[in-house]
Design a protein around this ligand. Structure first.
Ligand code: SF4
Ligand code: SF4
Length: 107
């Protein structure tokens, strides 16, 4: 699978509106704080492709299971500090991420 079209679409639709994007177009979250959108892009595309639903909650449930479950930021009890403080770009903009992926698929 070629993930590049998805990477470009997400970068435009999601990162382009993100509060953590610097003026030079680079994400300010690096190192330990690197965003899930970048870290897990391929898994995210696969998650979205595995769900056909009009209910975002179904996508969120799959994201938690397939991505958050192996993210170092998620605690054993299923909570996540970044998510709790709206500091995970992937979680904050997940609806837009899904839209961006599905737009690529309908081209
Ligand atoms: S924090 Fe995530 S969504 Fe925001 S610009 Fe960086 S990679 Fe994109
Ligand atoms: S919500 Fe938390 S566990 Fe899920 S990807 Fe973001 S930082 Fe990782």
């Amino acid at each position: 699978m070629d993930y590049e079209p998805y990477r470009r679409a997400i970068s435009k639709k999601v990162c382009g509106h993100c509060i953590d994007l610097a003026e030079d177009g680079r994400c300010t979250l690096t190192g330990e704080e690197r965003c899930g959108v970048e870290l897990y892009l391929e898994k995210i595309v696969d998650v979205v492709h595995s769900i056909k639903s009009t209910n975002l909650a179904d996508y969120v449930q799959a994201l938690r299971k397939q991505v958050c479950s192996s993210c170092k930021n998620q605690n054993p009890d299923g909570t996540c500090r970044l998510r709790g403080e709206a500091d995970c770009g992937l979680d904050r903009y997940f609806a837009l991420v899904v839209e961006a992926i599905e737009e690529v698929d309908t081209r």
